[in-house]
Design a protein around this ligand. Structure first.
Ligand SMILES: [Zn+2]
Length: 627
């Protein structure tokens, strides 16, 4: 029965989590005129993405004149805006083998306007770049964004006139150095009329489109966006956590330019099918039309809401928010995090009181449970890196762009391998570390750390995690002796992480606070209904929490791995603790079988990761590869 509860709730959580990763279906040409149709947009994608069209190429001129004609036909009254290419852009184009002189050393934006009824009202800008990377047809990056904008403009016109004007800018030279956006926002006469920006991007050929960047002080933007996204096909995928993570990464898009000027807005991108990123395989036929539907439908609804809003969002407070599986979005103030933490503490204390009453739980065992949670984090980081490097070097050590693109093609193998490795660590915790003996575990840690340092380069985080994992492994006091000790210890650990995150970066704290609250609620309910945790009935709260919370975490894990997993696979260690937060009380008592399953998962994880090298072999070294 325990096995059924354990495997059953985990399987349901996984199914729901994966189901929620699906893109909406592409809507056909019979879609009502006021709605977005990816099939209609694909007609433009097929023209734009027929061949690579980097700056200075004949196909660049072909795409430019095609878009000019399409905008004129839509009544946008287009005009070209040329500005000098930056030295960085010229340098990069030369490295690609292109000729800046063929472009007259210029980046050329195409700017159109759909006038609103009130010419004095701040305008809304829809933006995507029409240049492609070298050698890539760019059907996804950013042909999909450009085509989606043309389709969205058609739908907005079908909805009738708005008060605000809509400015459409197809920027140039984004791939070289964001030149087009910089030229628009520093030189174009319309630049001071822009009150909000909607930008469309792609870093891959499919998957759900994330809204991953807003202006500063985003409470009003999020309020408007989350209401608009309810009307979009497939709902929204967005959270203040992803915005916080992206803000702290070096990457930039055209949106960076407007954001730095203090303009509100939303930035969308899809990042699935990563092998198509800047790749010759990014053709119209390989593009995920569901991704076009998702990004286009959200861009349409967000833009339409901005055009018809009484007032555009102005910078104010930041808020905490996140979608639940694309179904709905939870929004709350930064300060509410403290209240939720207090609630978690109260629920956890109630559960501890019930467990002490029924089973004689001691504070020391909760302390040991906290240490075992730390063990999972440290062990997870070590094993994730050890398994990940079997699939190839870290991207910072890729000696050419070709190697980097090979790594992107290997990403699904890396994800499968790292994911299974995390399952191994979780099962090892549930089996109890004595099931293996500390010598065997220490051996695994040493081999994984050595592999990560030798194949992946010196990494102080992995080294540090290795030391912590080793210390906790050999220290017998770090393993809890009761189920309640292990469970409440994990809840206490995540509570502490939540406190630290709330103090340092409250926008990101939801990743600890929300799951911690759910787990504490489940623990309190279990303590109330059957604190001995023996009858299946008394475990129902844990089953519900595993399904509801586990589905969210597993879904998020995939997004996180697509975003940063190649170089930071250890983030999955945190996700592993969060799933265990719900799962611990459901663990079967047969330690031997859990241990065997852990060993099998780890062996399979290594096998999958290694297979990447054969399934996606590295290219022959080129003399001077494009970057
Ligand atoms: Zn792009």
């Amino acid at each position: 029965m325990r096995w059924a509860l354990f495997l059953g709730s985990l399987a349901v959580a996984l199914l729901i989590g994966v189901w929620a990763l699906q893109v909406p279906g592409a809507r056909g040409t019979d879609t009502p005129a006021a709605d977005f149709s990816a099939v209609r947009a694909m007609a433009d994608v097929r023209v734009i993405g027929a061949r690579p069209h980097p700056v200075g190429s004949a196909d660049h001129a072909r795409v430019q004149s095609w878009l000019f004609g399409r905008m004129a036909a839509q009544g946008l009254n287009p005009a070209l805006q040329a500005g000098a290419l930056s030295p960085e852009a010229i340098e990069r184009l030369r490295r690609w083998g292109g000729d800046p002189a063929a472009a007259g050393n210029m980046a050329v934006n195409i700017v159109g306007v759909l006038p609103g009824r009130d010419p004095s009202a701040p305008a809304v800008l829809l933006m995507a770049h029409y240049d492609s990377a070298w050698n890539s047809p760019g059907a996804a990056d950013d042909g999909a964004g450009v085509a989606a904008i043309l389709e969205a403009v058609r739908a907005i016109k079908a909805r009738g006139p708005a008060d605000r004007s809509l400015v459409v800018v197809f920027t140039d030279s984004e791939e070289l150095n964001l030149d087009g956006a910089r030229i628009f926002f520093s030189e174009h006469p319309l630049r001071d009329r822009i009150g909000a920006v909607v930008n469309l991007e792609a870093r891959g050929g499919g998957g759900r489109a994330f809204m991953f960047e807003t202006g500063r002080g985003n409470a009003e933007t999020i309020d408007l966006f989350s209401r608009a996204a309810r009307r979009a096909d497939g709902g929204a995928s967005s959270s203040s956590l992803s915005i916080f993570v992206y803000e702290n990464m070096p990457n930039g898009t055209d949106f960076t330019i407007s954001r730095n000027r203090g303009i509100a807005g939303v930035n969308f991108a899809f990042i699935g099918r990563p092998s198509q990123y800047h790749s010759p395989t990014a053709t119209p036929d390989n593009l995920d039309q569901g991704a076009v539907q998702h990004i286009g439908s959200q861009a349409l609804e967000a833009t339409d809401a901005l055009l018809r809003a009484d007032a555009l969002p102005v910078p104010g407070r930041n808020v905490v928010y996140g979608d639940y599986l694309g179904l709905f979005t939870i929004v709350h103030s930064l300060d509410l995090g403290w209240t939720l933490l207090a609630l978690t503490a109260a629920l956890g204390a109630f559960a501890a009181w019930g467990a002490r009453h029924a089973t004689g739980l001691t504070a020391a065992d909760v302390g040991r449970g906290m240490l075992s949670g730390l063990w999972v984090v440290a062990m997870g980081i070590v094993v994730a890196h050890g398994v990940r490097v079997l699939a190839g070097p870290m991207s910072s050590r890729a000696e050419s762009a070709d190697v980097y693109y090979t790594l992107l093609r290997r990403l699904p193998w890396m994800e499968a391998g790292t994911g299974l490795a995390m399952a191994a660590v979780a099962l090892a915790l549930l089996a109890g570390r004595q099931a293996f003996g500390s010598k065997l575990l220490a051996g695994v840690i040493i081999v994984a750390v050595a592999a990560a340092q030798i194949l992946g380069g010196l990494d102080p985080v992995v080294l540090g995690a290795g030391v912590v994992a080793l210390g906790l492994t050999v220290w017998s006091q770090s393993a809890p002796r009761t189920v309640w000790g292990g469970w409440l210890g994990l809840i206490a650990l995540i509570f502490v992480f939540g406190l630290m995150a709330q103090a340092a970066a409250p926008e990101a704290a939801l990743i600890f606070i929300w799951p911690g609250l759910l787990a504490a609620l489940a623990a309190a309910a279990c303590a109330l209904t059957g604190a001995r945790l023996e009858s299946p009935r008394s475990l129902i709260p844990a089953v519900v929490a595993t399904v509801v919370g586990g589905a969210w975490i597993l879904n998020l894990s995939h997004q996180v791995f697509l975003g940063v997993g190649m170089d930071l696979p250890g983030v999955l260690a945190l996700m592993t603790v969060l799933v265990l937060l719900f799962l611990v009380p459901l663990a079967p008592r047969s330690k031997g079988r859990l241990g065997a399953a852990a060993a099998a998962c780890l062996i399979l994880a290594c096998g999958l990761s290694l297979t990447a090298r054969f399934a996606e072999p590295a290219p022959a070294p080129a003399a001077d590869g494009p970057t």
